[in-house]
Ligand binder design. Structure first.
Ligand code: PEP
Ligand code: MN
Length: 336
């Protein structure tokens, strides 16, 4: 059960509601976010909803049977829009495009990437400064210094940035510099990190775990929401299957399923989803057709020289073609 509280509710009214819900045999959890206040009731006992509905301080009561509740579309049919400021929004019914290198490498690379994004009217740049690498000997990112340089260049150009946060201590370190925190596939179930991201008011994009189910992804989002942060985005980035012809298997199914189950925006990452440059475009277009609110993909001015994920990185002309085609496919979808 999810109870939406009035904005003007008093402490006494809140305590009364929690008491009545608890007396019905439900475990209660109060949730306060940037947007609203809720009481989550977990329990199975059947009861007459009017026992609660008449209590002062309640806006609405919803029976949500899913394990995840706040991110469920069963109570909030209206879609969540993530406002990054300066007219940049995700999930507002337009196609969001985020592109950039796997890893931030140098000032020249940032400059070249920003110029490419501006030329193609792309307003969000991706890039990792703290990189989760399978091998400890691989390039692990430029760290906070790289982020500061990138952020100052991006801000000067009016570009928003999204970057991966790997651990709790980095939330504060990165806070002033990123517009969206990315939780990577290896950290989708880092519950301490999710708790910490629940306490901030910056948008968070959570990627699906490499072998994670959609239910697990939604539960991870529930962690952040129930911690107080409603500014959430989900990302399908492919899962590990028995297939070896591609790095991962892009689960295009996930897109319409997530769109039905949650009110949060859903972004597709075809770069990690398929892992091979020549298939990034078709998988991106398929994801848009399947209902994605946007795409995030990897680009580099010289992909073969990229410090990480070179094999799945597009060059700028491939990226330009993808942007053009993505917008065409999106138009087609919207005008069915
Ligand atoms: C990335 O975006 O570069 C990345 C490491 O992604 P994922 O967490 O999906 O592997
Ligand atoms: Mn990558």
């Amino acid at each position: 059960m999810l109870i939406q509280l009035n904005q003007s509710i008093s402490i006494e009214e809140k305590e009364k509601i929690e008491g009545v819900v608890a007396a019905l045999g439900y475990k209660t959890t109060p949730v306060k976010t940037q947007v609203g206040e809720y009481v989550i009731g977990i329990g199975k006992k059947d009861f007459d909803i009017r026992q609660i509905g008449r209590l002062p301080g309640i806006t609405d009561i919803h029976r949500v049977s899913d394990d995840y509740k706040l991110v469920s579309r069963k109570w909030k049919v209206k879609r969540t829009v993530i406002d990054l400021g300066d007219g940049v929004e995700i999930g507002n019914g337009s196609l969001s495009i985020m592109a950039g290198p796997c890893s931030i490498e140098s000032e020249e690379q940032i400059e070249a990437t920003i110029a490419h994004l501006i030329e193609n009217k792309v307003s969000i740049m991706r890039g990792g400064v703290f990189k989760p690498r399978s091998s400890p000997y691989a390039f692990r990112g430029l760290g906070a210094e790289g982020l500061k340089l990138w952020a100052s260049m991006a801000r000067a150009a009016g570009i928003k940035i999204i970057s991966e946060v790997m651990q709790v201590s980095q939330v504060e370190e990165m806070y002033d510099y990123v517009d969206v925190f990315q939780v990577g596939a290896r950290n989708t179930q880092n519950f301490n990190l999710l708790d910490e991201l629940g306490h901030i008011d910056k948008p968070v994009m959570i990627k699906r775990g490499i072998s994670g189910t959609l239910e697990e992804l939604l539960s991870s989002a529930e962690y952040v929401f129930s911690g107080g942060n409603e500014r959430l985005i989900l990302c399908e980035r492919g899962i590990r299957t028995y297939e070896k012809a591609s790095r991962n298997t892009m689960d295009v199914n996930a897109i319409p399923i997530l769109k039905e189950k949650t009110h949060l925006p859903v972004i597709a990452d075809p770069s990690h989803g398929v892992g091979l440059r020549q298939y990034v475009e078709p998988i991106a277009l398929a994801s848009i057709m399947a209902g994605a609110d946007g795409i995030i993909y990897e680009i580099h001015q010289q992909p073969e020289k990229a410090f990480s994920d070179a094999q799945q990185t597009l060059d700028f002309s491939e990226s330009q073609r993808l942007v053009e085609r993505a917008r065409k496919v999106f138009e087609l979808r919207e005008n069915f």
